[in-house]
Design a protein around this ligand. Structure first.
Ligand SMILES: Nc1ncnc2c1ncn2[C@@H]1O[C@H](COP(=O)(O)OP(=O)(O)OP(=O)(O)O)[C@@H](O)[C@H]1O
Ligand SMILES: [Mg+2]
Length: 591
């Protein structure tokens, strides 16, 4: 055999796709054109902003003393129009920033969803659904915030700082030195509140995360909670959460306000010092009044820039835990390849072989040991055995959800690990032990397996699965919505819908994990008659606790403690007087 797996993931695209791992900085880099445009607008607005104090200086030092009306009018028009143009250019710059931010956000979201849907069970078994939902929603906007509140203020106010300092030196270098001594002290003083904000914001994030995963779990388990009389306990937990959350939010508010107060105080103090020393310089004849006014205006701008840069820094610090949560998902390297297909579609007869297959979930927990099986194409195989023995695990191995730690599985002549997953899954269908249905209509749930299925196809499959009568007598018929995970229909109805869904796919191999455990014996017997007819020629594996379900199987495997304990037909196994015989007697007596 020769199935070459072409790796379509090779990262040679220019633009990132959802598949490629990539950092935020790289994402920003892909938007360099817009960054340059936005930077251009920002530089224009910075330069304009820098001119207004010079206009003031000119007015105080020249136009007013000389009573030069035309100059005065010109300067006043300038002072009026500068802020308007500054706002206009800032708006244009911002427009592009948001565009870049939205792009980064979209890419991060796409990547998160891509990763999530491609994780193998090894990874997603450990995930908490609410936790993931929380990350998707609240962390989604991170890209936008990162650009507009961290990167851009950083660049913009960095530029402002350089420009303003240059002009200040030109106006009076001594005053500039005083300003540059005052500023780092101020910066240092406000560092501590910034660090506290970071810790608090981390706590707030954690609390939000906790609530979101807790609520998802609670909704799923509400019935159990009520049955076990634990409502009070859950309420206590929720009230405690609400209190904690309020405390953290209050802390954040207080620290934020305190930090603002500190800033304003520092600025006022700084201006006071400048006016004091500046006046001295004027008395000495080293400085004009206009220059001092302009200087103080620049100092305010400088301080404003620093404040905004610091605000950006705090935002960046606040965003860090969110970014890390995204990274935690993006950095997991456990993607399954669902895209690759073999060059020529595989044709299989449906023969299955397990050769010395061993597998364990965690260390030595949940093992199957040295499984050897040979299932002929078109055979119906029953698997029975005590709970926890490894029956579902064998089906999961066959479906490629897990790979054997040792040994090999073959589908016809192909080693399973060489068959692309997409192709493998197209050859099999599974009716699993816990049926999953979307909170959608019956029709949507059935067509999910085969979007091309016509209503006649649905009717046929549902008839064979013994569920058509039920659907037809529902007031909304096919459009009946089944509730989350199918809570609005019974366990047996869910199972029969799952069987109908599997029949709509009609592959060569059919796996069923206790598909009829919730049915009464009469319905099960009816269903079996139909299925035996439909399944003719297909390889079918049915896991069952009720032995009547698999009595007519071509061969029955008894799985115990992760090993094949017995193999044979119903009659052969009874004759052996082993585990199967014992199970049979127990059930026979119970009935
Ligand atoms: N995701 C998992 N991680 C760790 N251990 C697991 C996991 N799934 C199952 N196990 C363990 O593996 C063993 C086999 O489980 P499996 O589900 O295959 O049993 P089973 O024969 O299908 O049982 P049942 O008849 O109850 O469905 C059990 O001991 C189980 O606790
Ligand atoms: Mg099972």
């Amino acid at each position: 055999m020769n199935i070459t797996q072409t790796n379509k993931f090779a990262n040679n695209q220019k633009e990132p796709t959802a598949k490629t791992g990539i950092s935020i900085l790289q994402l920003i880099f892909f938007q360099r054109k817009y960054i340059l445009i936005s930077l251009g607008f920002m530089i224009i607005s910075v330069l304009l902003n820098l001119t207004s104090p010079l206009f003031m200086k000119q007015m105080i030092d020249t136009a007013i003393p000389e009573k030069n009306w035309s100059l005065l009018v010109g300067l006043i028009i300038g002072l009026i129009s500068i802020p308007i143009f500054v706002t206009l250019f800032t708006f244009l710059g911002d427009k592009y920033n948001h565009r870049i931010g939205a792009y980064v956000t979209d890419q991060l979201r796409k990547k998160m969803f891509y990763k999530l849907t491609h994780f193998s069970p090894k990874t997603y078994n450990h995930l908490k659904s609410g936790d993931i939902a929380g990350r998707m929603y609240s962390c989604g906007e991170v890209g936008d915030l990162y650009i507009t509140q961290f990167v851009v203020p950083g660049i913009l106010h960095g530029l402002m700082f350089i420009g303003i300092t240059g002009i200040m030196i030109y106006l009076n270098w001594k005053l500039t030195i005083i300003s540059l001594v005052i500023l780092p002290i101020m910066f240092f003083l406000s560092k501590k509140p910034a660090m506290s904000i970071r810790n608090i914001s981390q706590n707030v994030m954690q609390l939000q995360q906790e609530l979101s995963s807790y609520t998802t779990e609670l909704v799923q388990g509400l019935k159990t909670v009520q049955t076990l009389n634990q409502v009070q306990k859950e309420n206590d937990y929720q009230y405690k959460w609400i209190d904690n959350y309020r405390i953290e939010r209050t802390k954040a508010f207080i620290v934020g306000s305190f930090s603002e107060l500190l800033n304003k105080g520092q600025q006022a103090l700084g201006i006071g010092v400048l006016f004091g020393y500046g006046s001295y310089e004027i008395f000495q004849g080293n400085l004009s009044i206009g220059s001092l006014v302009a200087f103080v205006a620049y100092f305010s701008q400088l301080f404003g820039s620093l404040e905004k840069a610091q605000f950006g820094l705090v935002k960046g610090i606040e965003l860090k835990p969110k970014l890390e949560m995204i990274k935690e998902i993006l950095d997991v390297n456990d993607e399954q390849d669902f895209e690759t297909t073999s060059p020529t579609p595989l044709k299989i007869k449906g023969e299955i072989k397990f050769q010395n297959v061993s597998f364990a979930y965690d260390g030595d927990r949940g093992q199957v040991n040295n499984i050897n099986l040979h299932i002929k194409p078109g055979h119906l195989i029953g698997i029975v055995g005590p709970s926890g023995g490894g029956k579902s695990t064998i089906l999961d191995l066959l479906l490629g959800f897990y790979t054997p730690d040792s040994g090999s599985i073959f589908l016809d002549q192909y080693n399973l690990k060489e068959i692309p997953l997409k192709e493998l899954r197209s050859k099999m269908t599974l009716v699993s032990q816990d049926v999953f249905l979307w909170n959608k209509s019956i029709k949507d749930n059935l067509q999910y397996a085969n979007p091309d299925a016509s209503i006649q196809d649905l009717e046929k499959a549902c008839y064979e699965a013994q569920i058509l009568d039920f659907i037809q007598q529902l007031p909304q018929g096919w459009d009946t919505v089944v509730g989350e995970r199918g809570v609005k229909i019974s366990g047996g109805e869910k199972q029969r819908l799952a069987i109908a869904r599997a029949l709509l796919r009609n592959p060569q191999i059919i796996l069923m994990d206790e598909p009829t455990s919730a049915l009464d014996s009469k319905t099960e017997a009816h269903l079996q008659e139909h299925l035996e007819r439909i399944f003719k020629g297909k390889t079918v594996i049915i896991v069952a606790h009720r032995l009547a379900t698999i009595r007519n199987a071509d061969s029955i495997l008894v799985i115990k403690d992760g090993e094949v304990a017995e193999v044979g037909t119903h009659e052969e196994l009874l004759e052996r007087k082993g585990i199967y015989d014992q199970l049979y007697r127990e059930q026979f007596q119970a009935n």
